[in-house]
Structures are given as C-alpha cells and as structure tokens.
Design a protein around this ligand. Structure first.
Ligand SMILES: C[S@@+](CC[C@H](N)C(=O)[O-])C[C@H]1O[C@@H](n2cnc3c(N)ncnc32)[C@H](O)[C@@H]1O
Length: 250
C-alpha cells in the first residue's frame, strides 16, 4: 500500500482532474439522482457538505432551495476551486478547509451530506472519528445522507468499468483496510486516480451505532436515464454496483 500521512490532502494534486471526472455519465445518471432522492425536499435546511470537494453538490443543494450550505474539505486546492466558482456565480455558499476526522462541533445542521467521505477510513477507529463528527454537527432528528464506495460490492466484475469511464481495482484478499484504487483515463492517454479503503458493511453498521447515529443503512443506487436512452446501458453498472447511497439519522 502506498504510504501517506493519515490525512494527506491527496486531492490537492488532482483537483482539476477530479472536477472533470464529475462530468462522467455515471455521476449524472446514477450518483446524483440517488443522492437527490435520499435528500428529499431540502428547502430551508441548514446543510453541511462534508467533504464538499469543488462544491458540485453544495451548489446543487443551494439551487434546490437549501437555507444555507457550508462545505468543508481537507484539500485547500478543492476549497479554492469551490470558492472561485462561488465568486463567479454567487449562491451564498461558504467553504472552509477542515479535517472531517477532527471537526468538533462547528454548527447544528439539519442535513449532513457525506459524498465519498467514509471510504477514506482505513480502520474502524478512523470511521468512528468521521461518524462522531457527523453526529456532533447534526441537530437532534437531523439526517445524514451520502454516497460511498460500495462495501457490499461482491466484485463479480473485477476491475474494469471501462464502459463507464473508470476502473476500480481492489487489493486482494479483501479485508479491513484493503485499498481500492480508482483510475480514470483521460482523453490525452494519461490517467489519474485516488484510493479508497474497504471496511466490512457490518463495521459501518456497528461504528455508526457506536457514534450515536440511528438507522444506518446502505441504499441501492438507481439510474435516471436521459430521454430515450436504453436502460440496458446501465444494467451492468447497477448490478453489483461499485457505489452506494447511505443514510442515518441522529
Ligand atoms: C471523491 S471527492 C468527493 C467530493 C464531493 N463530495 C463530491 O462528491 O464531488 C473526495 C473528497 O474528500 C476529501 N477528503 C478526504 N479526506 C478528508 C477528510 N479527512 N476531511 C475532509 N475532506 C476529506 C478530498 O480532499 C476530496 O475533495
């Protein structure tokens, strides 16, 4: 496994490339509709977007009528991109650099959106630190929703999701902390990528309960097809899906 500091801001190096990958069809057809369905009506809600990356979902929830959105990300490059977009296209969003493992209480939010946070935890203890940060910033009755690398994925199709624009290679044998490497080829023939880490679904359930969050569950992805597109195109993706929705509440 590549060495890295506990919370190295890997995305400082790949911020621009990551923003481009947000245009991949699976993000628009599967990821976003699954997340928006989990969120339901967000009008008037105080939302914490953790991690916010370059702010794609912070902006999306602001456009859907959120009362306020605060985005936090470990990578100052990602936060700078998000702020630059906010300067051009003001939606009233705030962004701060911060570590989700060590956030403390920074507010009382109705909804925490955690898109691809928990899959950075390499151990149950790291996951617990993330889950505690979520709980510390939710109002009683507040909700957590998010997207994640899918730890329930049985790897029936190991590795390549080439049709969908990436590959996902899991260190075997898969055990707590196994590295999952995502690689995204670029039009110029080079590629970029990042690492997630596998923890068992049961570890997620146990840790979220320990952090004081109720009803933690993974939620299967759905596809919202563009007009006229053949659903068969997405069958392969949704079957043994590489990503999952998740939800819990305080
Ligand atoms: C795959 S991106 C997702 C960004 C955004 N949620 C989205 O879906 O577009 C993952 C982000 O997590 C951030 N990140 C990783 N570890 C973090 C931590 N400990 N605290 C805060 N952000 C973290 C990275 O800097 C990166 O921007």
């Amino acid at each position: 496994m590549a060495e890295r500091a506990p919370h190295h801001a890997e995305y400082d190096d790949i911020a621009a490339e990551y923003a481009a990958s947000k245009q991949l069809p699976f993000r628009i057809v599967v990821e976003a509709p699954t997340l928006f369905d989990l969120a339901g009506d967000v009008r008037g809600l105080a939302i914490l977007d953790l991690p916010s990356g370059e702010g794609t979902y912070s902006r999306a929830f602001a456009r859907r009528g959120a009362g306020s959105v605060l985005g936090i990300d470990l990578s100052s490059a990602m936060v700078e991109q998000a702020r630059a977009i906010e300067r051009q296209e003001r939606l009233g969003l705030s962004y701060q650099v911060g570590d989700a493992a060590d956030l403390g209480t920074i507010g009382a939010f109705d909804l925490v959106v955690a898109c691809y946070l928990f899959n950075y935890a390499r151990t149950a203890d790291e996951l617990l630190a993330f889950a505690r940060s979520v709980r510390a910033n939710l109002k009683p009755g507040g909700r957590l929703i998010g997207m994640n690398d899918n730890p329930r994925n049985a790897m029936e199709r190991y590795g390549s999701f080439a049709t969908y624009g990436f590959s996902r290679d899991t260190e075997l044998p898969r055990r707590e902390g196994s590295r999952i490497r995502y690689t995204f080829p670029k039009p110029d023939g080079t590629s970029f990528g990042f690492d997630n880490f596998w923890l068992a679904p049961e570890t997620y359930a146990r840790v979220f309960a320990e952090a004081g969050l109720k009803d933690f569950r993974f939620v299967d992805c759905q596809a919202k097809l563009p007009e006229g597109q053949d659903p068969a195109l997405w069958q392969d993706f949704l079957h043994d899906c590489p990503i999952t929705g998740l939800a819990a509440s305080r």
